[in-house]
Write a protein of this length. Structure first.
Length: 384
């Protein structure tokens, strides 16, 4: 064996001397005592301490729900925050915590939830609830006020977005800005007075009224000059014709074929057809059973052509008196068989979809036919 311990310090030599396998000088012995020592050498596993593993856990900080600044109606928001103190939690330890923010431009809605009873409270930064157009409310919200302010100085959405970005305030989208801009423009030159009265709840100032009247007069003069210019060049203003209701519009059109029987006989035939369509409850069930299969059943087509569906009934009821009915009658009597690749695929896979639906919902689906009404049997309902 190689000699070991030549560079040990004094204290290492002292500890080595106490070991039977080393001599006083620290050299390894080669005798029976050394072999016996190593044969009997052992470590009791129970006496060893347990291993402790240290893992370095790095947790990323949670992102805050609210970032940046907000435009707040101070009195309204302070009263809303004070209302959170009125909460009486049954467990007496619940506290409201902010969980969500919903923004509509400069307006925000904050949602708070109690940590114990899970009660939900919602606070807003402005008393006027958004989104609401300017013409639908008495008070102007913060979004409409911002659009009004930037329109007054001749600026648009780009300048508005840049100004709000400097102050770290969330802004409304360009589409929302333009919609409010359009609603203000629809009020005409008088929109300044209307908006000022809505904001201040007072009559507009005399200067603002004079400005609005001046703009209104300028617009009227411009339209008058334009009209005179067109008249001098030979152009005439086309007036919109008012629609008139005549007797021919309530029939099938001016060129329809007249009945080949007297009016009394025609009315009697009409009553006979309506009487033939009257059914009782037993006949309703028989028609429903006989028309099962719907599009693949000839009886379904026959009964369907003699009655009016709910969707077509809606079209008939909403038809205006001055609208000719010949097109509607042709649509009801002479329907075109419309088809497409998507419809054909749906018809072919209908049974597969029905079977999958029964498996998913754990219920049985029965086929059905045409459902008629006992009172007005000329009307029918069709169920998919």
């Amino acid at each position: 064996m190689r000699q070991a311990g030549l560079d040990f310090k004094g204290e290492q030599r002292q500890s080595a001397a106490c070991t039977p396998c080393l001599d006083d000088s620290g050299f390894a012995r080669e005798d029976d005592a050394t072999s016996e020592y190593w044969d009997n050498f052992g470590i009791v596993e129970e006496s060893l301490p347990g291993l402790s593993l240290e893992t370095s856990v790095t947790t990323q900080p949670e992102e805050p729900i609210i970032t940046g600044r907000r435009v707040v109606s101070l009195a309204h928001f302070v009263n809303a925050v004070r209302s959170l103190d009125d909460h009486s939690c049954p467990k007496l330890t619940g506290r409201f915590a902010l969980v969500k923010e919903r923004r509509v431009g400069l307006w925000s809605e904050l949602t708070f939830t109690c940590s114990e009873c899970q009660e939900i409270r919602k606070l807003t930064t402005d008393p006027v609830t958004e989104p609401t157009s300017l013409t639908d409310k008495a008070n102007v919200g913060v979004n409409d006020a911002a659009v009004w302010a930037f329109m007054s100085i001749g600026s648009g959405h780009s300048q508005f977005e840049e100004a709000m970005a400097v102050m770290e305030i969330s802004v409304m989208s360009k589409g929302a800005f333009l919609r409010r801009d359009e609603s203000l423009g629809k009020l005409g030159p008088q929109w300044h007075c209307t908006t000022s009265k809505a904001v201040t709840c007072k009559s507009p100032a005399a200067v603002l009224k004079c400005y609005a009247s001046k703009k209104t007069a300028q617009k009227a003069n411009k339209e008058s000059l334009r009209r005179k210019l067109f008249e001098e060049n030979g152009h005439q203003q086309h007036k919109r014709k008012e629609s008139t209701v005549n007797d021919s519009m309530i029939h099938y059109g001016p060129n329809c074929q007249q009945p080949d029987m007297p009016p009394e006989q025609y009315a009697e035939k009409e009553r006979a057809v309506l009487a033939s369509l009257q059914v009782n409850e037993k006949q309703q069930m028989e028609i429903e059973k006989a028309t099962r299969g719907q599009a693949d059943n000839p009886t379904w087509h026959f009964e369907r052509n003699m009655r009016l569906t709910a969707s077509n009934f809606y079209v008939v009821c909403r038809r205006r008196e001055w609208t000719p009915c010949d097109t509607l009658v042709k649509t009801l009597l002479y329907k075109k068989n419309f088809t497409s690749a998507a419809l054909e695929h749906g018809r072919q896979q209908e049974r597969v979809a029905l079977r999958l639906y029964e498996q998913e919902m754990e219920t049985a689906v029965q086929p059905c036919g045409l459902f008629t009404q006992s009172t007005d049997s000329w009307r029918r309902r069709q169920t998919d």
